[in-house]
Design a protein around this ligand. Structure first.
Ligand SMILES: *Cc1c(COP(=O)(O)O)cnc(C)c1O
Length: 391
């Protein structure tokens, strides 16, 4: 037998926060094993298929031998050009495809690697909380320190920069922001992005805006891109992904755009760790980025119908929540007498409906649960009926 020290994990792994979602998953498996018909609203993964014209483009692309070799590190120029063209059409933002666009193996990959390029041990990184768990973990792996910016309802779930001590800002290297926001489902106004640029400029902070949900919006209110705000490109980048827009989470392709120096830094890390995105996927993604607006509004309408059912249903039961403007989540207050975890367990055990406890996204998420709109309208209606019976 090898000595025990052989399997001792590095401190950066041992220091990872406990993975709350693992216990939820276990509970789900156990409920299913007992024969419970679980309505799983805990997963941020579209249930809809990738539109067929994209799948067909992939079938054609995969036949081409030139795609079977290593791709270029930064992505095919034709893919990066398609990203730049899409930004111009959708946001009126101009990007140089050669220096301001980088392909990613999903935006999670880029977010996870970015701090390695810019964060020195001991540097502070501002991280929204509740938020996507990858932000603080990427900071931890780079040896940095996360300063959690609480997102509170009374502040429209935007960070309150005025509450951050000056000494912290002076030590801050980078900031993550994410709108439309997972898990709170709010969008950010132009003024917010202008404040971000002012702070970043004043304290020399690299801004990383995660815009994964910019195309999942409701009531025809289009969310902004960080890149359409004057001065954004001087201070940071935006992460984007085909995952949510085109139901392509399994394909693993995203991109980072914006400041050429930041894009180059991330590119340098990636060149040393991975070998780019399968070119057939890039070619199919060019087709995806040129998808007919009617297809996309069909997808949005599907989510909007589900949102309306769940929002009205929960509100009528007496659960406090705001109507989501974007993303495919509902961020709801837990009823009196529960905390996040106990409410999720209660719902699962008594109704078979599974939501995500808000505290899994960070301590300020305590008192909330997140429902994902990734089950059909019929099942969503059924979920509302079941929740009503157990409250
Ligand atoms: C889903 C999601 C992403 C996208 O992940 P991919 O790696 O591109 O699939 C990024 N940020 C947030 C907040 C998400 O919820």
């Amino acid at each position: 037998m090898k000595p025990k020290v052989f399997v001792e994990m590095a401190s950066r792994v041992k220091n990872l926060p406990p993975y709350l979602f693992a216990s939820i998953d276990k509970m789900k498996q156990e409920a299913r094993a007992r024969g419970v018909d679980v309505i799983d609203m805990s997963i941020g993964d579209p249930d809809l298929p990738t539109p067929s014209h994209i799948v067909e483009a992939m079938k054609r692309a995969v036949e081409k031998p030139e795609h079977h070799r290593y791709p270029s590190y930064e992505g095919m120029l034709s893919f990066r050009q398609a990203v730049a063209d899409w930004y111009r059409r959708r946001f009126g933002a101009s990007l140089d495809p050669k220096t301001e666009v980088l392909s990613l193996i999903g935006s999670k990959e880029g977010i996870g690697h970015l701090p390695l390029a810019f964060v020195e041990p001991g540097d502070t990184v501002l991280v929204p909380s509740p938020g996507y768990p990858v932000y603080p973990v990427s900071v931890l792996f780079a040896g940095g320190e996360s300063y959690l910016m609480p997102l509170r309802q009374e502040n429209d779930f935007l960070p309150d920069f005025s509450s951050i001590p000056q000494s912290t800002l002076l030590n801050t290297r980078m900031m993550f922001i994410n709108y439309p926001n997972n898990p709170t489902s709010v969008t950010a106004p132009r003024k917010f992005y202008e404040d971000v640029i002012n702070i970043a400029d004043k304290y020399n902070i690299i801004v990383c805006h995660d815009a994964a949900y910019s195309e999942i919006y409701f009531d025809d209110e289009k969310p902004l891109s960080f890149m359409e705000i004057d001065g954004a490109k001087d201070v940071g980048i935006e992460f984007h992904s085909l995952s949510k827009t085109y139901n392509m989470t399994g394909w693993r392709i995203g991109f980072a755009v914006g400041n050429a120096g930041v894009v180059a830094g991330l590119g340098k890390i990636k060149t040393n760790l991975d070998s780019g995105v399968f070119q057939a996927i890039q070619e199919a993604s060019i087709v995806a980025l040129n998808t007919d607006e009617r297809v996309l509004s069909g997808i949005r309408n599907t989510y909007q119908e589900r949102r309306d059912i769940l929002y009205r249903g929960l509100r009528d039961i007496g659960i406090e929540l705001e109507k989501p403007k974007a993303s495919f989540y509902l961020w709801a207050k837990v009823p009196k007498g529960f905390d996040s975890s106990r409410f999720v367990i209660h719902l699962l055990e008594k109704s078979g409906v599974l939501a995500t406890p808000g505290n899994g996204f960070g301590a300020p998420g305590e008192g909330y649960v997140r429902f994902a709109l990734t089950v059909t309208s019929e099942r969503t209606r059924e979920a509302v009926g079941r929740i009503k019976k157990v409250l």
